[in-house]
Design a protein around this ligand. Structure first.
Ligand code: PEP
Ligand code: MG
Length: 766
């Protein structure tokens, strides 16, 4: 057994001897990722220290009768054990090995003076996929000279017995004597900027890197003292999706005179300045991809940048992805919600409770079961109180701050970085927090359980197979949204609203005629909410009402529906809604309401258009309710009549964000075959050359005009047609829930083939 191992000798399987941090630094080093050099004092060294010195029995005795819920007693035992460890000399044999390793590091680095190191504890139960003990053990920065190294190694060992660590272990049924601690000794990176990076979105599993960065050393971001800049990077399109500059008031730096780490004010000119430039982002995202690829798993990393070069300081698997399940079944019942505060969605879930503002640790006792803990920023000492809380709201911090990490671990909703929760929220009032969207609402809002079976509600958010062409899903019933989401679809390419609108059993126009528009809007809001909430922030294209008249007849108030010889060619889609504009208006009002509640992931899609004037008129109605097409909301149309395909340029001129092929109708209208008539069913063929010609032509013209193209008819679930469309450059394919996995695989394969063909072509042409 070695007392010390250099990073080169370690890999990710060495967690038992090097702890999570040490093992992963070894793994990264060996994978060629830039990591500052260092070594690990193994966990066995700690075991030998406590046994050879005989202090192990004293420690066990002190823990034996401890009641972890008796806070003063917990504090006392913790202090006694820590003092015992820090004041006990390290036996000679162990000391010698540590001194030799430090001297070797000095030589490797090639410095004349003592190398300045960071000393971090690396607990063997830390950083494991299912037991994130973030923030529990200590880090000592800017340490140099062997005496200080030895002292801080003992302090790291002692940190295993911080009161919160004892509490956490007991709560999670970890045997104290089985949890050993390793210590990482690593050359210090004097970062000018630093932060964290998740290689996928930690709250949804989406293929989007989340990078947080602030000035100075990384401690500010990790501890949540600073509200960092937040960058979301779209891995599929290889581009920055959003970059939010936050005000960074404070930073951690090395004092040039004393060498100590200190917290200082950020100079005025840097506070609101963007931390990460293009070069930084390029280096970070490249490393992020390499690390995820190397581990073959989504990762949570820490990084620092010194003299423009990125160093990785830590990596571990993201601990929360398997838990992304029940929170998605929660959706808000009422549209009458008052938003008190906006922050970051740090830990998903919707929960209500009584506000308890904690200004200092003495006040923790006032947090009772079910309260909402509101504080500037949580600290590890607050964990026992956090466990009692229903949810957490903080003033400061990003989505990787302490409050965020621990809340995700505890499975409670958290909104971080609100800026002013401790000032705005009133003690003892009821609030509801939405930890997915980062909102705090006034009062209690009930969550709604989906009626799907629990089996269907379990959502696997593991990173889906990545395709450049989005693979979306069609949804018709709100209750099926969970299942649709579980496919890993990139959004909803068609939300059929008929079921939602007709589910009330009342003819929609009856609501209008009886002056009950509000009820109609509420029915729609309630239904659509269940879908847009589950899919948030992925886009859901809401298709406005398109029910043929025969489907209305049985509804209360449907007796006056006209008798049509062929409803498929009749009064449906946009035609009807421009005749009964109140219906379209009510739909837009419902969307507007959802928009105001933060559900901006909705697009509007109009069915059965034949003329650009219909598109224009619908836009005017949207504007009249305060939704500005293309600006507030994506506005598009289905291409499902030959007329619309043939004159697509005219629609483009009128203004379109996207089109989606409704091949069910496009086929029936092109081939003059009633899609509901089984007599002609054998001749019904979406792959007919005439249908395909129309489609290809529209894709080409839309591509030239920068209009997004998609397909949501049944043909989007048919491999032989999807293959043709992907090759033609369609932007997304929306399939039925059951077909999504197959279509995803197929699309990935076709895309690879396209790239290979292109590469070969270049090769042979050269
Ligand atoms: C279509 O026509 O292809 C379509 C998706 O719409 P619907 O089936 O609802 O008419
Ligand atoms: Mg249709």
């Amino acid at each position: 057994m070695n007392f010390v191992e250099f990073f080169k000798q370690l890999g990710k399987e060495d967690i038992p001897i090097a702890g999570g941090k040490g093992a992963n630094l070894g793994e990264l080093t060996n994978a060629g990722i830039p990591v500052p050099p260092g070594f690990v004092i193994t966990s066995e060294t700690y075991r030998k220290f406590i046994t050879d010195t005989g202090i192990v029995d004293e420690i066990n005795n002190m823990l034996a009768n401890l009641d972890i819920n008796d806070t003063p007693q917990l504090q006392k035992v913790s202090n006694d054990i820590k003092n015992l460890i820090t004041n006990t000399d390290i036996p000679e044999g162990i000391q010698r090995v540590i001194i030799e390793a430090y001297n070797k590091l000095n030589l490797d680095v090639g410095l004349e003076d003592d190398v300045v190191v960071a000393i971090r504890s690396s607990a063997t139960a830390e950083d494991l996929p299912d037991a994130s003990f973030a923030g529990q053990q200590e880090t000592y920065l800017n340490i140099s000279g062997i005496d200080d190294v030895l002292l801080n190694v003992r302090k790291c060992w002692a940190s295993l017995f911080e009161a919160r660590a004892i509490f956490y272990r007991a709560e999670n049924d970890f045997d104290h004597s089985q949890v050993l601690i390793a210590v990482v000794v690593q050359q210090m990176v004097n970062s000018e900027k630093a932060g964290v990076m998740f290689t996928v979105d930690p709250s949804t599993g989406a293929e989007e890197m989340l990078i947080e960065g602030a000035w100075g050393l990384g401690e500010g971001v990790v501890s949540g003292t600073v509200t960092p800049d937040t960058c979301r990077y779209d891995k599929v399109n290889d581009e920055v999706k959003s970059y939010k500059i936050n005000t960074k008031k404070t930073m951690f730096t090395k004092n040039p005179d004393t060498g100590a780490t200190e917290q200082v004010d950020v100079p005025e000119d840097l506070r609101d300045k963007q931390v990460l430039n293009d070069t930084d982002l390029e280096q970070l995202t490249t490393l992020g991809r390499r690390i995820q690829k190397h581990y073959n798993a989504p990762m949570d990393t820490e990084w620092g940048i010194e003299n423009g070069k990125v160093y990785m300081l830590q990596a571990r698997p993201i601990t929360t992805l398997d838990d992304i399940s029940e929170d998605n079944q929660e959706s808000l019942d009422e549209s009458e919600r008052v938003i008190l505060l906006k922050g970051l969605g740090a830990s998903p879930g919707l929960i209500s409770g009584t506000v308890k503002i904690v200004s200092n640790l003495d006040e923790l006792d006032k947090i009772l079961d079910g309260d909402i803990l509101v504080t500037t920023m949580t600290t590890p000492d607050m964990v026992p109180a956090m466990k009692r809380a229903n949810g957490i709201v903080t003033d400061e911090g990003g989505v990787t701050c302490h409050a965020a990490i621990i809340s995700r671990e505890l499975g409670i909703p958290c909104v971080s970085g609100t800026g002013e929760a401790t000032k705005t929220l009133k003690e003892n009032t009821k609030v509801t927090i939405d930890g997915k969207k980062g909102l705090v609402f006034e009062g209690v809002i009930e969550s709604q359980e989906s009626s799907e079976s629990s089996e269907q509600q379990v959502v696997s958010a593991a990173a889906p197979l990545v395709t450049v062409t989005d693979v979306k899903v069609n949804v018709s019933m709100a209750e099926a949204a969970q299942k649709a989401y579980a496919t890993g679809a990139d959004g909803v390419g068609l939300l059929r609203t008929e079921h939602m609108m007709l589910a009330s059993g009342v003819h929609p126009y009856k609501f209008i005629e009886e002056g009950r528009e509000d009820e109609l809007i509420k029915t729609l809001v309630d239904g659509v909410l269940k879908v847009v909430d589950v899919f948030y922030p992925k886009t859901v294209w809401y298709r406005t009402l398109d029910a043929p008249t025969d489907e209305f007849k049985t509804l209360d108030g449907g007796q006056d529906e006209p008798e049509e010889a062929n409803p498929m060619l009749g009064w449906r889609g946009i035609r009807r809604e421009l005749d009964q504009k109140e219906l379209l208006k009510a739909e837009f009002k419902a969307i507007k309401k959802l928009h105001e509640q933060g559900y901006t992931n909705i697009g509007i899609m109009l069915p059965l258009l034949n003329s650009p004037s219909e598109l224009h008129e619908a836009k005017e109605i949207a504007k009249s309710v305060g939704l500005i097409p293309h600006q507030d909301i994506e506005f598009g149309m289905m291409v499902e009549t030959p007329a619309s395909a043939i004159i697509i340029e005219d629609f483009i001129d009128e203004g379109l964000d996207f089109i989606s092929f409704g091949t069910n109708d496009l086929t029936q209208y092109t081939l003059a075959l009633d899609r509901n008539n089984e007599l002609v069913a054998p001749a019904y063929n979406e792959g007919h050359p005439a249908v395909l010609k129309l489609i290809m032509d529209v894709i080409k013209k839309c591509r030239e005009a920068g209009v997004t193209t998609s397909i949501c008819g049944q043909a989007g679930s048919k491999p032989e047609i999807v293959e043709k469309l992907v090759k033609a450059g369609i932007d997304s394919v929306s399939a039925n829930t059951d077909a999504v996995p197959t279509i995803r695989k197929l699309v990935a394969k076709i895309e690879k083939q396209i790239m290979l063909d292109a590469a070969r072509k270049t090769l042979y042409e050269d």
